[in-house]
Ligand binder design. Sequence first.
Ligand SMILES: *Cc1c(COP(=O)(O)O)cnc(C)c1O
Length: 407
Amino acid sequence: MIKINEHFNKLQASYLFSDIAKRVSRYQEDNPDKTIIKLGIGDVTKPLPPACIEAFHKAVDEMAGEEGFRGYGPEQGYDFLRKAIATADFKARGADISSAEIFVSDGAKCDTGNFQELFSPDSVIAIPDPVYPVYLDTNVMAGRTGSFSDGRYEGVVYLESTRENNFVPSLPHQPVDLIYLCFPNNPTGSTISKEELKTWVDYARQNKALILFDAAYEAFINDDSLPKTIYEIEGAEEVAVEFRSFSKSGGFTGTRCAYTVVPKACVAYIADGTPQSLHGLWNRRHCTKFNGVSYPVQRAAEALYSPEGKQQAQALVNYYMKNARLIRTAMSDLGFTCVGGDNSPYIWIEGNMDSWKFFDLLLDKAGVVCTPGAGFGKCGEGYIRLSAFNSFENVSLAMDRIKNSLA
Ligand SMILES: *Cc1c(COP(=O)(O)O)cnc(C)c1O
């Protein structure tokens, strides 16, 4: 008899996006002449930068010739891309990360989901609430949690992000082994200061814990005093793995390219306390289960580091950030308490009502779709997330409609 992995049955069915879709289509049926503006999505809307398209085309043409054709590439990524990453994203920030410590992949979703495979099933995990669901669900699948009740999995240490702590969780009160952090944050849009991040790095060093740091929204940081990488913090290379993605920074959500940094100094421990390098372990895992990102896609990603590519990617980020500022200002002017939107494309808005009520209010009165905060965890109740990923025209219209209907 073939038996299933019963940990999968602990997963909570996510009705979030299907519930949203249902409410939206009901509204559209009742109001056939109204246009709906979607500010719920966490996906970019603008096309790829021209520099990427050019590099992409050129690489495809190379693949058409006997000389330029490439078969399997290095699983860790081509040197041209790994070097560009190490230089521009780390060395330029004073972080001593080498190209050999970069693993190119087809997405930060897969990497953040897969990385937990390296750790013992009895590791205690600390997960933010609210959260990008991948961290939690992949640990549930791996059997690191008990069952689900009252909005929480047994055995998980939840790091609550609330208005009280300015949406930056405090250190856990009980010992933990594996810590997930995401800054700038999805869904709250909050950021972490160097001092705050240092307390986490120091905690990990003192407790032989490991931090998995998701920096998918690093490109949206305006405030130069904020850390763009965890390796700006002293000692982080011993206790932190960082995930990055070209999805939001370069419009690559459909093109697929990301990378993970596993410093050679980073360790986890054998049961007897002997340290073991994570770099070697992840390399083994990556080469066993992954066969590299396609050559044209890596050339397109490399183009983001050319002078034109940098400028074009920055223009994309600036475009979304103008939307973000507009949303933040409009919602604050209406008296809502907001976080995010200054160094991130998401604005987290407190409604003084339950998340779904707030969702219905914006849909019914203004024809605007948001994401109810409760869908991201227990601490998201009472909040909604608005996304800056849409056209400036749509965002402006949405804010006008919200102002006219709620003011
Ligand atoms: C969008 C996003 C990513 C990027 O995922 P990809 O698989 O690289 O597209 C990673 N983490 C968070 C929190 C995100 O919102």
